[in-house]
Design a protein around this ligand. Structure first.
Ligand code: AMP
Length: 224
């Protein structure tokens, strides 16, 4: 199982990532955790990344690219991975597609946790009171939500157009959210095996994130 997890800050991304990676027995690759570890260890990457993390901005793509591709390459032959926090913008999504294509990796789905901005703000402010993350103060929280809206939310359309989006109501109880995701993935893999392959598709003999307008029926009410 190979999954991407797209979600705004405060949507329960980390929690769902742990639950899903446990359920499927796959590696949980969190770019946020990797970056925080680099910062804590004071590595050159950590020192560079810290100023972006503290402001709630995205760390430059080139700093993320190598970090992610190494982990994905390691995890892929061991049964898959769940990428938590990557891709985060369109450039990274294109990069992820190229990486998948080059390495013959099929993505089963891009899970999107849908939570309103008001609920995100409420949850993050509550969390800021109990945890001490350097990016959990009101100004940075608002900025992170804005960065998500501007840079990451458009990826929902990117993956929808490629037939990979699994959008789930993230305001439901934790267990129900996990359940909905697992159910959607099961339904998709059944549909995929009927069509003769995994969702993600074989494109010209290569497995890849498919291009837009895949040759299966639209799920959102038709094209006319
Ligand atoms: P997260 O734990 O996923 O909320 O990530 C925390 C912070 O790490 C984000 O606010 C960004 O500063 C940085 N970050 C995590 N993943 C990425 C990524 N794919 N691209 C750029 N920055 C990232």
């Amino acid at each position: 199982m190979r999954l991407l997890l797209l979600a705004p800050p405060g949507a329960g991304k980390g929690t769902q990532a742990k639950r899903l990676s446990q359920y499927y027995g796959i590696e949980h690759i969190s770019t946020g955790d990797m970056l925080r570890r680099e910062v804590a260890e004071g590595t050159p990457l950590g020192l560079e990344a810290k100023k972006y993390l503290d402001r709630g901005d995205l760390v430059p793509d080139e700093l993320i690219r190598e970090m992610v591709s190494e982990r994905v390459t390691e995890a892929d032959p061991k049964g898959g991975f769940l990428l938590d926090g990557y891709p985060r913008n369109l450039a990274q999504a294109e990069e992820a597609s190229a990486l998948a294509r080059d390495q013959g990796i099929t993505i089963n789905g891009a899970v999107y946790l849908d939570v309103s901005s008001e609920e995100l703000l409420r949850r993050l402010m509550a969390r800021a009171g109990t945890e001490s993350r350097s990016d959990d103060n009101e100004e940075t929280i608002r900025h992170r939500i804005e960065v998500f809206e501007n840079q990451t939310r458009p990826l929902a359309d990117y993956f929808r157009e490629r037939g990979l989006l699994i959008s789930v109501d993230g305001e439901q109880p934790v267990e129900k959210v996990t359940h909905d995701i697992i159910d959607s993935l099961a339904a998709r893999s059944e549909a995929g095996s009927e069509a003769g392959g995994e969702v993600g598709g074989e494109v010209g003999g290569e497995v890849a994130i498919p291009s837009p307008a895949p040759d299966r029926p639209p799920t959102d009410g038709g094209s006319h």
